[in-house]
Design a protein around this ligand. Structure first.
Ligand SMILES: Cc1cc2nc3c(=O)[nH]c(=O)nc-3n(C[C@H](O)[C@H](O)[C@H](O)COP(=O)(O)O)c2cc1C
Length: 238
């Protein structure tokens, strides 16, 4: 009798644990199971450099879309420099950034899909300009998922890291109404060009990718409904 009660308690406990695990680690998005946002872990990036050996003119001259990369990791210093070039804070007082923004409303968000970066676990991270840090939002190498969401473009899977620009249009629309759409696209161009020139100055290679399925990229990054992916930019050693 006692054994029977213990067994049913055990089954009850196991069912409870399984249901809990299912709810915690999986959410159903657009018919696909997506890993849930997992941690609040914050990684401080090394300080970016404010001077370099390659001139702006040389970077402009040398910038080219590079789609093949060596099988070598990026360093954390390189990641720091790349993210800073896109949205780094350059005026502490007003919080102004490396890229201009209509009304300084900053609708862009920057993610990095890490597969091979020294001292940075594979996963998806979100850049915080305020702290110049990364917040890990998903564990594991997700390059294959991004590759599949972007017509299986080889550069995505080859690159040690892919930078994704997203935007919350509403941040700009609340002030500029229907004009916001135009402004947000323009801002993505500013941030992307900053990145491409910084990539060139560091002697790295990158290509801006616009051909992808928005909904699929949204699922991989676990984006909210109001946040749209605009650009995927694989970066690696050329
Ligand atoms: C909005 C936009 C979308 C692009 N999408 C892709 C893409 O999906 N895949 C790709 O390999 N290159 C893409 N490119 C890169 C272009 O193919 C490239 O810029 C063009 O061939 C000129 O070469 P260059 O960048 O070396 O000057 C894109 C460029 C822009 C501006």
């Amino acid at each position: 009798m006692k054994a029977k009660i213990n067994l049913s308690r055990f089954i009850y406990l196991i069912s409870f644990v399984l249901i809990f695990l299912f709810i915690t680690y999986s959410i159903k998005v657009n018919g696909e199971v997506e890993t849930m946002i997992i941690t609040n872990q914050e990684i401080n990036l090394p300080k970016p450099k404010f001077s370099g050996t390659t001139s702006l003119e040389e970077s402009l001259y040398k910038r080219r879309s590079i789609r093949n990369y060596k099988n070598e990791p990026l360093t954390l210093q390189e990641v720091s420099q790349l993210l800073w070039s896109m949205q780094g804070i350059t005026d502490e007082g007003w919080g102004l950034r490396t890229s201009p923004s209509a009304g300084a409303l900053y609708p862009l968000e920057i993610y990095i899909v890490v597969g091979n970066v020294i001292n940075l676990e594979s996963g998806i991270y979100k850049y915080s300009p305020q702290n110049h840090s990364l917040k890990k939002i998903l564990n594991g190498d997700k390059r294959k998922e991004i590759f599949n969401a972007a017509l299986q473009q080889e550069s995505i899977i080859q690159a040690p890291a892919n930078i994704v620009i997203t935007a919350v249009f509403q941040r700009t629309a609340k002030k500029y109404g229907s004009r916001a759409e135009r402004y947000v696209w323009l801002e993505a161009g500013h941030a992307a060009q900053n990145l491409l020139l910084q990539v060139t100055a560091l002697g790295l290679g990158a290509v801006p990718i616009g051909a992808f399925y928005d909904e699929k990229v949204k699922v991989v990054l676990g984006l909210q409904k109001d946040e749209e992916p605009l650009y995927i930019i694989p970066v690696g050693k050329k």
